[in-house]
Structures are given as C-alpha cells and as structure tokens.
Design a protein around this ligand. Sequence first.
Ligand code: FE
Length: 304
Amino acid sequence: MHGRPTAATLADMDTTTALPTLPTVQHPRSVERLVQGQATSDGAGVKLTRVLTQNLQRRLDPFLMLDAFGTDNPGDYIGGFPDHPHRGFETVTYMLQGRMRHRDSAGNEGLLVPGSVQWMTAGRGVIHSEMPEQQDGAMEGFQLWLNLPARDKMRDPWYRDIASEDVPELQLPGALVRVIAGHSHGVDGAVQREGTLPLYLDLHLEPGAHFAQPLPATHNALVYVYRGSIALAGTDVRRQRMAILANAPGSDGIAMQAGSEGARAILIAGQPLNEPIAQYGPFVMNTNEQIFQAVEDFRAGRLA
Ligand code: FE
C-alpha cells in the first residue's frame, strides 16, 4: 500500500479488498470463437470433456490441452489414470471436488483435495499415476497441459503440491480471484514461469459483478465457464463453453460481467512459444525424431 495516492481513502478498509481497483482495461478483447468441449475418455475409462483439443494447440500456444472432468457417478472416474509417462511439457491439475492420489517415478506422492493444485513439470520424463481416493461422491476439476520451451523440454522433472490455503486469493467487489499462476491486480500467483508466463485464475463472480484483467495483446487467452454465465465484450458465454479471446493489436486486457446467476470461470493466458509442436500421446516435443526417441526411451525403461 506504500505511497499509493488512494491510501488515505482506503485506510478503513480491509487491505485484501482495498488493494486492486487500480489497473483498468480500456480496450477489452472480443471473443474470436466459442468452443464446446468434446466428450471423451482417458486413463482407465475416465469420462471427461476435452475443451482444448489438439487442433487448437497452435492457436492457443503455449497450451496443449485442457480437460474438464465433473461427475457424481463413480463409474465415470473410478478407474483413474494408472501409470503412464509424460515428456516435454507441464501438467497442472486443479481440483474443485473430490480427492485424487498422485504417485510418480521421481518418488513424489501427493493428495489432491478440493481447491488444491498439482503442478508437475515432466521435463525429460515422468511416469505417474493419478487415482481417485473415494468410492462415491462428486469428482470435479481441470487438467491443463502447458508446453515447455525447446530448451527446457529435457530438463529435470519438477513437482509441487499446492494446498488450497496456499493458493493466493484476491477479493474485489463481487469477485473472488484465486491466483494459481501469474499475477493479478498486484497479487502473485502460486507459480510463475519464464518463457510461457502463464496466467491461471479461478474466478468466483457474484451476479452482475465485473472483472477486468490487463493482458498483453500478444498473449493467447481463453476463458472456460463452469458455473452460470458471463458476458465477454458483448458475447454471452454459457456454462461448459470455452471462449477464445481475440489478439487484436491495441487491446489491453479482458473484461467480463457475470450473468444474473453469477458465474465461476477459469481464465488462462500465456505467451506463445512459436516453436514446432510434435505430439504423440503423452509426449510433446519439437520434432518427430525427438518423439521416436521418447517412445524408445520409454520402451527401454530409460524415460524415468
Ligand atoms: Fe498424467
């Protein structure tokens, strides 16, 4: 708060509510495209909705995949994701409901519970399992795949469990913002990354509430609504829809307003890598040769 001209008028207010209000967005981005996710299954028959599919990887560079899972039916999730490999990118899992146990070849183990985040950098290779730790009840959350720059694809694996209480939060009028990655209105998120500069916000908006997020025009950005609805620069975005935001030169951010029922949405943005993308299942590299190498390393037990 030091030196801010508004400090005197904000003196009586809780600092968590007083902080922001300063950055504004004058030229908000428009919605370029609305996407409805595709129902699919992965792992051992886990039903999920793939929101960011492979054909959007170039458009939404540096993001490679976004899955939304949400069900009350244990049959949809009970098989979990038994041991499988990854190389060349990062996975970010954000739980809303339910419990998932994670174990990997680097000896890490963690339990994802509601509100918590697991950030895993596969680097040159990780073999892990992600298994539900419940027999009934709801399971809901997201998994995002974030690409690594070519120079970091073969780096050492890295892993962090972020407890719900360790996800920084920001209270604005009518809006609670959970800052998983990047920075929002002066609040640093739980994780920062060079190269891709990811921003990952979980927004809880009261009915009619406004929220704005400054963002460079060159960063690719998406908003996925998982409760209620929002209006983004004149476009209504309903539940279970992803809006891809236009990168119009001169735009300075994203502005939204929640509908009459309020809304919950994730806002994800990042700096594109503009590097070749070669993917074969859980391996994402830059060239086919590197993919062959990954498959061979996995078969020979050298991946992790
Ligand atoms: Fe995985």
